[in-house]
Design a protein around this ligand. Sequence first.
Ligand code: HH2
Length: 256
Amino acid sequence: MGVVNVTPDSFFDGGLYASTESAICHAVRLLEEGADMLDIGGESTRPGGTPVNAAEELRRIVPVVQALASRDIPVSVDTSKPEVMCAAIEAGAVMINDVNALQAPGALEAVAAGNVAACLMHMQGEPRCMQINPQYSDVVAEVKDFLQRRLNAAQAAGISLGRLVIDPGFGFGKTLEHNLELLRHLDRFADMGVPVLAGLSRKSMLGKLTGNEVDDRIHASVAAALLAAVRGARILRVHDVRATRDALAVYNALEQ
Ligand code: HH2
């Protein structure tokens, strides 16, 4: 899954693809590099980020989603707002990627009615304050328990298991130790009966491990993506598609 942020402030690609044309061009480039699908975002969820309203999020993403979907490109939209979900589905998105796991009133209904796939992600707190002292007694068990409850809620709302994906939410209300513990035990999420998505690309945990700034985290990102794949992740949400594809080609050759 290639990431395209149509935002001025995303933590890595903020401002690079903020216009419709540049976002579409970047999306096409990521497909050429080997992405199977694209995740289009109109609001940064970085720690301390400022929320945007639905009208602005729609202005950013809808033309991009329409242009890509009209070329039969599988598009996911990264949003937590039910009205953005509805408009994204109308514009042709086939998946809603929600860092809030469809907890907003109306979100489950929007996905159920739209007959699309959904990624349910775990986050402790909210982006504005999630990195201030996150706490768990057993991070793997607690994140699994949350995701299981959200899978149950989604199914109760009429979204079949075959449409759902789970994500432990690396960096969303987690310390470096929490993130490492989740990556170490990612195979325990792969046992939950739905595909696991992992988003580690360029994240600050990789900066903490390497001492590198965000622009210099491609090697660490590829290593993290590959380790997630080895532990059962089925969807890798990445900014660097080509480099990740190359690493997967080596891994897949051994696994065949
Ligand atoms: N990470 C980000 C955004 N959305 N969705 C899922 N399912 N999993 C993730 O790990 C995830 C996500 C953060 O990355 P990015 O979109 O590049 O940054 P920003 O939120 O600043 O736009």
